[in-house]
Ligand binder design. Structure first.
Ligand code: PLP
Length: 436
């Protein structure tokens, strides 16, 4: 499969180039040149396949012969080695739990697949790949654990001091090996600005083979389609074939993958884009005007994005018929007060502890089901992170019910290792040059 840039539809690059470049020079985003439609026979029998089998089939259809079948299968079996169950909470309400991977967030799907694909394409004797990643919390953990121990790679994570949760910080700073963490005295935007500037710095690029690991990389998007097919497979097993997905959204990579799955033939009735107060997309779906805004800080901070970076990709996928996008996707947004109310309501109603992002998706689904009651349609909302990653948002009686997985208990016994740096570029560059 060849890939083109949304800013230049005549451009063509290989999958390998799209993965290592992350973003085209023209600042568009990569998309597959054509969207393969999966055979009905596969879709109708999804429930007879396992998650890795589904993943392999979907990836192979998308990638063609970019990675030979046996190698692709090995990459998938290694990357997608955890479950993504749907759990029934109410008659027509299911939660798709995407937090059973090593970093306890859905970003494990993208990060693990991407790291293995990059390692696969690295040829022997090539210069070490230096991955720079800025994180507001979840991305760094997923990328660190995705690349941990992957030969010929090194990851440098920049995170804003005091602005990630305790567990997130432990996930970033206790890895050792080929992972190093920089604690930046600034905001997430400062971290991101440092990474961006590094990519344009001639001296750093001469010395290192730099690459980014952010959510616009096509190798993060593709594996996120897998769990939509797999969730549908599980719904089929429960006798449900009319499905609505509610997706907690920030940069819109997750829902973008769902829409790609739909384009590949997954028969989804409706997608719900659930956001916090950063509501550029829900506003667009109402008014038809896309108006990015500066981000505002909320309780669901992994979705604090004013100008979602994957939006151009979605707009491009539907450029021939924007009204189709408008029909297929409904937007709902909630402020912090409503988010807390949703956390309480889902706990009272279903005895389920949802992280703030997940709670927003649940509330959006409930509102949608009220607004558009359709018999026989099951709603699946995506749970993007384990609640233990966001302990400070819960009232005491709910916090007491959050179980802490053993892998996190082990983290708490380790020592934090990070380098404290200011937010000036010179200090960051100096650190990189002196620590080859
Ligand atoms: C990253 C993240 C999101 C937002 O996902 P996008 O793909 O950026 O829309 C939602 N919830 C959690 C917990 C996340 O870490």
């Amino acid at each position: 499969m060849k890939f083109y840039s949304t800013n230049n539809t005549a451009s063509r690059v290989s999958f390998k180039d799209a993965v290592f470049n992350s973003m085209p020079q023209d600042k568009g985003l990569y998309l597959p040149l054509s969207t393969p439609i999966l055979p009905d026979k596969f879709i109708n029998n999804l429930d007879s396949y396992t998650l890795p089998e589904i993943a392999f089939h979907v990836a192979q259809n998308l990638l063609g012969d970019d990675i030979p079948a046996d190698d692709l299968k090995a990459i998938i079996d290694d990357a997608i080695n955890f479950y993504a169950p749907i759990v029934q909470l109410e008659d027509d309400v299911y939660v798709l739990e995407l937090f059973h991977g090593p970093s306890l967030a859905f970003k494990d799907f993208g990060a693990r697949f991407m790291s293995r694909v990059m390692s696969y394409f690295l040829e022997e004797g090539e210069k070490q790949l230096d991955v720079l990643v800025a994180t507001s919390g979840d991305t760094g953990g997923a990328v660190a654990l995705g690349f941990l121990g992957v030969p010929n790679t090194r990851v440098t994570i920049l995170y804003p001091k005091g602005k990630v949760s305790e567990i997130q910080e432990l996930q970033l700073t206790t890895n050792g090996q080929n992972i190093r963490a920089l604690e930046i005295d600034g905001t997430f935007d400062d971290c991101q600005a440092l990474v961006k500037q590094a990519f344009t710095d001639a001296e750093l690029n001469a010395k290192y083979r730099l690459t980014s690991a952010n959510s616009i990389n096509i190798a993060r998007l593709i594996p996120q389609t897998f769990y939509y097919f797999n969730a549908y497979a599980q719904a089929l097993k429960q006798g449900k074939s009319k499905i609505v997905f509610s997706v907690p959204s920030g940069n819109f990579g997750n829902i973008g993958a769902g829409l790609l799955a739909w384009k590949m033939g997954l028969p989804v009735q409706q997608f719900i884009a659930a956001t916090n107060a950063n509501d550029a997309v829900p506003q667009f779906l109402k008014s038809g005007v896309y108006q990015p805004k500066p981000s505002v800080a909320t309780l669901s901070n992994a979705m604090d994005v004013g100008n979602p970076s994957n939006w151009v990709r979605i707009a491009d996928m539907f450029k021939d018929d924007m009204s189709e996008l408008n029909k297929l996707v409904t937007g709902y947004s909630f402020n912090d007060e409503e988010t807390l109310a949703a956390i309480n309501a889902i706990y009272d109603h279903d005895k389920y502890v949802a992280c703030p992002h997940t709670a927003i998706a649940w509330q959006a689904l409930k509102d949608y089901q009220q607004d558009v009651p359709i018999d026989g349609t099951a709603g699946i909302f995506l749970s993007t992170a384990h609640p233990c990653k966001f302990p400070d948002v819960f009232p005491a009686h709910i916090a007491a019910k959050v179980d802490v997985p053993t892998q996190v208990q082990e983290l708490q016994l380790r020592d934090k290792q990070s380098i404290a740096l200011g937010k000036d570029f010179e200090g960051f560059k100096d650190y990189l040059l002196k620590n080859a």
